[in-house]
Structure formats: C-alpha cells, structure tokens
Design a protein around this ligand. Structure first.
Ligand code: ACO
Length: 323
C-alpha cells in the first residue's frame, strides 16, 4: 500500500540585504515605475559577500524542522532544488545535510530552474510513497544574484535570493486522512532552451555564466502551459477549480500569475503573492510563498492548495496538495 507524503512544517529565509527598484535605477537604465508595471516587483533580497545557497537553505530548513516538531535525526532524505549550488560538486543537498547534522539516508540536488521545487516535491512524494524513506526535507534555495548580469536591465531587475523548505512525512492513509501531496505533473521541452539559459557552465566554458532570457517569448509560453499543467493535476485528482482554497504560484511576474488566475477562473484573493517584496527567487519562490500563507493564517490544515511553476528548460509543472 503506497504511503502519503504529508507536510508537517515549512520554513523560509530571506537574506537581510534589500535592493529596491530605486537602487537598481542607479545601476542600469530602468525605473521603479517600469519594474512595478511590468512585473509587480518593488524590491528583492540579495545575499552578502560570503553568504551561500546552503546557508539560506539551512536557515529555512531549521525553521521547517521546528514547525514540524522534529530534529535533524528524524530526516532521511534531503532534496535541494537549486540552480545556484555552492560548488559544482558535491551537491548543495550534501552540504546542507552536513550543516544540519542529518546522518541518515540520501541527499541530492534537483535542477529544473524555477520549476525546481515542483520537481523536488514530486520526487520526494514518490520516494516517500514507496516507504523507502520516512521523512524528507524538500528545500528550494537560490542565490540568483550571483548569476545575473548586473548590466542587463532586462534580467537583473527580475530576480532575488532566498530559500524555503517543507518537511514531509510518509504516513499511511489512516493517519494522513485526506492530507498530503495528491497529484503532480512535470514537463520539459528542451527545444526551448534558447528562451532562457545561462551562457556558461562546467563542460562548455568552465565558468558560471550569466542569465540570458528572451522574456517576452517566455511570457507568451507561460500562461497556456502553466494553465494546462494546473488543469491536468486537478483532473487527475478529481477536483474542480471551485474546490481550490489557495493558489501558490511561482513568482515570476504578477501579470503571468493574474493571466493564469483569469484563464482558470480562480479569484484574485486566492493567490498567495510575495513577488512585490521578493522578486523571482526561482526554485525558492513557491515554498517562500507557501510559508507566507501559513504564517499569516491563510493556509490552514486541510486546505486544498494548487502550486505551479515554469522556468528554464523550458520546464513547467503543477502540484496539488492538502495542507
Ligand atoms: N527597464 C526599462 N526598460 C526595460 C527593462 C527595464 N528593466 N527591461 C527591458 N526594457 C525595455 C526593453 O528594452 C524594450 O524596449 P524596446 O521596446 O525599446 O526594445 C521594452 O522594455 C519592452 O521589452 P519586453 O521584453 O518586450 O517587455 P515585457 O513587457 O515582455 O516585459 C519581462 C519583460 C518583465 C521580462 C516579461 O517579459 C516577463 O516577465 N517574462 C517572463 C519571465 C519569466 O517568467 N521567466 C521564467 C522564469 S525565470 C527562470 O526560470 C530562471
């Protein structure tokens, strides 16, 4: 009998340093008005010198463990969704595992850019369902500020740094009731790599490279693909849009989010949005937004929550869970 992956707690961490739109307008030819109107972003957090992706991940994971009432010794699977690892190897998950003091089980990174958290959640759910692992830390953590071209106004205004984490436990259906990850749906179309990529890497340039994006082309792909993924998970779970309590989207652009809301007939009040104060934190944005919804009391145990993301690859996907 397959087990269910139930969320026991979540955590979040944002670096202290804040970069406002006005700060950016002193660095590149942009304005607060342009950024707010086109994206909904007002400010974003960025790491300071020496602050690593694993540091953000550990802080978010520590809060998630506390919220779950667990300690590192209870965890036997650590997944880190990131595009901005500390090192080429080992995985950031291995580094996080050691920093947290987790000694059991497996740890590895998931690389699906902004869709990374949906990929990681779906992966963890399957590892827990078989009973092979009992409790997972699923973390989205990014220091995108390190791979931005700070002279490219088309990309540097969009992203921010941060981390969010879930603790998931494998439970049998009697204990879980209707809680847990219900469905997920993952996609990739590698033919669209040119729309959004980093122009460097280990085997190509032996350098890190910078984010390159044809933003308007990504934008055109976004609403339709994201909506299809959301419709697929709802259909597979046998629920309709009227059943959804909260929509926790990847925070890429407020206009994409509102486009999806309109297309699916969701209500604006159902959206958990953090984009104004955080920008696009890539794989961290969904757990950061989920954490915001839990912290202010909007997302309550038993609520039906729909997640979605799209990012480099192109990758995209959706997940449905009962909190
Ligand atoms: N400030 C002022 N002007 C700017 C800026 C800026 N920061 N950036 C671009 N412009 C200019 C452009 O040069 C262009 O000028 P032109 O008309 O003279 O050539 C004009 O603004 C319009 O540019 P567009 O790119 O067409 O603007 P658009 O309305 O599409 O908005 C944006 C750009 C915000 C990037 C939008 O396309 C978007 O959000 N795209 C999707 C991003 C996304 O979802 N990415 C996926 C996730 S990220 C990941 O996976 C890593």
């Amino acid at each position: 009998m397959l087990k269910k992956a139930v969320i026991l707690g979540c955590g979040a961490y944002l670096p202290e340093k804040v970069l406002t739109n006005d700060d950016l307008s002193k660095m590149v030819n942009t304005s607060d008005e342009w950024i707010r109107e086109r994206t909904g972003i007002r400010e974003r957090h960025v790491v300071s010198e020496g602050e690593l992706t694993s540091d953000l991940a550990v802080k978010a994971a520590t809060e998630a463990l506390e919220a779950a009432g667990l300690t590192a010794s209870d965890i036997d699977l650590v997944l880190v969704a990131t595009t901005t690892p500390d090192l080429t190897f080992p995985s950031t998950a291995a580094i996080v595992q050691a920093k947290l003091g987790v000694e059991e089980g497996a740890a590895f990174d998931i690389q699906a850019v902004c869709t990374g958290f949906v990929y990681a959640l779906s992966t963890a759910e399957k590892f827990l369902a078989t009973g092979q692992h009992r409790r997972a830390l699923v973390i989205g953590a990014e220091t995108f500020s390190r791979i931005l071209d700070w002279e490219d106004r088309a990309t540097c205004v969009l992203f921010g740094d941060g981390a969010g984490a879930f603790v998931l436990e494998a439970q049998d259906s009697e204990t879980a009731g209707d809680r847990g990850v219900m469905q997920s749906y993952l996609r990739c179309d590698g033919r669209l790599v040119d729309l959004l990529y980093v122009d460097g890497g280990v085997s190509s340039s032996q350098s890190t490279g910078h984010v390159r994006m044809q933003g308007n082309k990504v934008f055109r792909e976004a609403v339709i693909r994201i909506s299809q993924a959301m419709e697929k998970v709802m259909a597979d779970a046998g629920v309709s849009v009227q059943d959804i309590d909260w929509f926790v989207p990847h925070q890429a652009n407020e206009r994409i989010i509102l486009g999806v809301v309109k297309k699916l007939d969701l209500r604006r009040e159902q959206v958990i949005s953090t984009i104004a104060g955080q920008g696009n934190t890539s794989a961290a944005s969904i757990p950061l937004a989920y954490h915001a919804g839990v912290s202010d009391g909007r997302i309550k145990q038993g609520d039906l929550v729909l997640l979605e993301a799209m990012g480099g690859g192109l990758t995209w996907g959706a997940a449905l869970l009962r909190a």
